[in-house]
Design a protein around this ligand. Structure first.
Ligand code: MTE
Ligand code: MO
Length: 239
């Protein structure tokens, strides 16, 4: 095993341990009829508890990944949109700048229990970029791939929400490479593992498929406001 694989194995083991800790505390609430709103950062935070159940606020921004930091300049970065689309496309960084530029504040909830609030981003809407490729009628899910070998699945209906962005600036600075620069996705209404750092490809699919953590027992849907951490389903009521 290489040092890199060894490091990755340790990260996976630590996260599997945390998963088991949550699962062993499961209150076994079978209900899927959850009335809670899903929440989307500062805008509706006043209407509900500040952070989802089981989360702790952090001021610092932790780095969480598989232990590999790809070195990609803005010039070398590109994003492919593939699968169930009318035409597959490949966007360069310059192409992002031709899209509508969006500045937005949102929250970041990591399944390992930290939340960071009011993060100020600049980027473009994933919905706008997807529209360029013209998704087919039967496209329902997406797999997002990244330059470090990561993958994560997201439902198309989540991907096209207004606050789901491909970001390239944080707090008016170029997004740092340890946080996924030059370009990453953010998914403020889902746990942060659904937002690929160093994003390289979005593949639209008819059927759902598990990504890196989902194959290891993480939730396919990942709604923080429903405590939907680990597979399958939602509303499990971990305490
Ligand atoms: N490419 C890639 N994206 C990734 C990950 C990763 O390992 N590789 N980790 C995910 C997880 S679990 C979280 S919480 C966030 C962390 O982002 P941060 O390191 O900028 O805090 O990125 C997500 N996106
Ligand atoms: Mo995470």
């Amino acid at each position: 095993m290489s040092a890199e694989q060894d490091k990755q194995q340790k990260i996976i083991e630590a996260r599997m341990k945390l998963r088991n800790r949550f699962l062993s505390k499961s209150e076994q609430t079978p209900s899927m009829s959850d009335q809670q709103p899903l929440g989307t950062g500062p805008l509706n935070r006043h209407a509900m508890p500040q952070i989802p159940k089981g989360q702790i606020i952090t001021e610092k921004w932790p780095v969480l990944d598989l232990g590999i930091t790809p070195e990609i300049s803005r010039d070398r970065w590109s994003l492919k949109i593939t699968g169930k689309v009318k035409h597959e496309i490949e966007l360069q960084f310059q192409d992002l700048l031709k899209c509508e530029q969006v500045e937005m504040e949102s929250d970041f909830h990591c399944v390992t229990t930290w939340s960071k609030l009011n993060m100020r981003w600049k980027g473009v809407r994933v919905s706008e970029v997807l529209a360029l490729a013209e998704p087919l009628e039967n496209a329902m899910y997406a797999m997002c791939y990244a330059y470090d070998g990561y993958s994560t699945n997201v439902r198309l209906e989540e991907l096209i929400k207004d606050d789901v962005l491909l970001v390239y600036e944080y707090e008016n600075q170029a997004l740092a490479k340890e946080h996924g620069g030059p370009v990453r996705m953010i998914t403020p209404q889902l746990y942060a593992w659904k937002g690929s750092k160093w994003i390289s490809q979005i593949e639209l699919m008819i059927e759902d498929k598990a990504g890196f953590w989902e194959e290891r027992g993480y939730s396919m849907t990942a709604y923080p406001w429903r405590n939907d951490r680990y597979a399958p389903g939602v509303d499990k009521g971990y305490g």
